[in-house]
Design a protein around this ligand. Structure first.
Ligand code: UTP
Length: 406
């Protein structure tokens, strides 16, 4: 793309300001900016015109395998799950491409040291949980780690420095997710530098497309991997490739499943797994009408009781069928540094949008989804913030409660 072509396309989309500093750039900088412009996916910007609030269909609660039912069937589920792991049919996908802006650390979130008397990174905690499964099954499963352009190098270097947390290196595969441009409240794309368009990771929903784009579909085929356990980096009690969860899913005959937790209150900030217009769906807490969130059953329990913890099992066969389907784009309002009058501005308050695909929207593309209830204090300690709710403090307290030495 040459300058004139870039100017034309930008004018069409009302984004000519991106060339404001073009003349100040080196030859290399000019080339780089033009190639970034050629790669902008303008279609996501149409989302800004449409209302970002999605229309909610007819909602119905979803039944779950309750924690009590899990307990009474534990042996059977576990043995089914271990069998699948030993047969190499299950792999894990760690979603670690996020920027962790709320936590406010410059390093990848998984590197965050949650220890008190000695170093305990979030990654190391999750690998300690994985070790329990590999010991029980006597088999190592493949782990795909999604990073982003922003944190890939640091993540890979940390894994190397920590000797892959004692896990066989050849079973760990890194892949980098796609980026999307960011923009201000009027839809104008930000510049991060005079010759650099501001971009951010495009959400956790693009994980399967990015994994395939990276060529890892070959590993899935070659190894006969039938199920992928997708999980977030920020839960320090995350159970990965939990044989009981896998067994419950296999027994149910469902194409996908989600670990769920009983909400503590109608307002708790977790997405809710339910049926929407007859299909499994997750309704985000900010999209859930408050009167529906507050509905109770005759026994006093919340009707829409089950929140998701970002731990899903997907059947690969179904994922392949959904690859061509488009996921909705979500706008998230964040603090985004940008160039103004030639200077970098670091805003104190949210000032613009990031565009994200979300893994929770993939549930709708599956024909069915099994909900499996977990015990909150044993499996759910998210680290989203530095202090307060879902923070380093609350996660530390739960780790200690679970006998982890910090
Ligand atoms: P969050 O939605 O909490 O986002 O991610 P975040 O970027 O980590 O944190 P904030 O919102 O900026 O504070 C949930 C999970 O999805 C992953 C994260 O790494 C985390 O495991 N994720 C998120 C990605 O892998 N890619 C993304 O683009 C966004």
């Amino acid at each position: 793309m040459n300058f004139n072509e870039a100017e034309t396309i930008l004018r069409e989309h009302g984004q000519e300001h991106l060339l404001k500093y073009y003349d100040e750039l080196t030859e290399e900088g000019k080339k780089s900016l033009l190639s970034q412009i050629a790669n902008i996916n303008f279609s996501v910007f149409h989302e800004l015109d449409a209302s970002s609030e999605r229309k909610i269909g007819n909602l119905a609660p979803v039944p779950a395998v309750t924690a009590a039912e899990v307990e009474s069937n534990r042996e059977e589920y576990e043995s089914l799950g271990l069998e699948a792991i030993r047969a190499g049919k299950v792999a894990a996908v760690l979603l670690a491409g996020g920027q962790g802006t709320r936590l406010g650390s410059d390093n990848p979130k998984g590197m965050y040291d949650i220890g008190i008397t000695h170093e305990v990174s979030i990654f190391s905690r999750q690998f300690a949980n994985i070790e329990e499964v590999t010991k029980k099954s006597g088999a190592y499963f493949h782990i795909f780690v999604m990073t982003s352009e922003v944190n890939n190098d640091k993540t890979v270097a940390f894994f190397k420095e920590k000797n892959f947390f004692g896990y066989p290196e050849d079973k760990i595969h890194f892949f980098i997710q796609d980026m999307a441009p960011t923009c201000d409240v009027n839809g104008k794309i930000f510049l991060a530098e005079k010759g650099k368009i501001s971009t951010s990771p495009n959400g956790n929903g693009g994980w399967y497309a990015s994994l395939i784009k990276n060529g890892d579909g070959e590993i899935l085929k070659r190894e006969g991997i039938e199920w992928l356990n997708v999980y977030s980096v920020d839960n320090v009690l995350q159970r990965i490739c939990d044989p009981v969860f896998i067994g419950a899913t296999l027994k149910s005959g469902c194409n996908c499943s989600s670990k769920v937790v009983k909400k503590v209150s109608p307002e708790e900030k977790v997405g809710v797994l339910c049926m929407e217009d007859g299909k499994p769906a997750i309704v985000e807490y900010y999209e859930m009408p408050s009167d529906i969130a507050a509905m109770r059953r005759p026994d006093g329990e919340l009707m829409f009781a089950y929140g998701v913890i970002l731990n899903y099992l997907f059947k690969v066969e179904l994922l392949n069928k959904t690859l061509e389907k488009k996921l909705p784009v979500h706008l998230s309002f964040k603090k985004i540094p940008y160039i103004k009058d030639g200077q970098l501005v670091k805003p104190e308050e949210p000032n613009g949008y990031k565009f994200e695909y979300l893994v929770l929207d993939m549930i709708k593309l599956m024909e069915n989804c099994l909900a499996v209830e977990i015990v909150r204090d044993k499996e759910f300690a998210p680290v989203k913030n530095k202090t307060g709710v879902d923070s380093v403090e609350s996660a530390r307290a739960l780790l200690i409660k679970n006998g982890v030495k910090l």
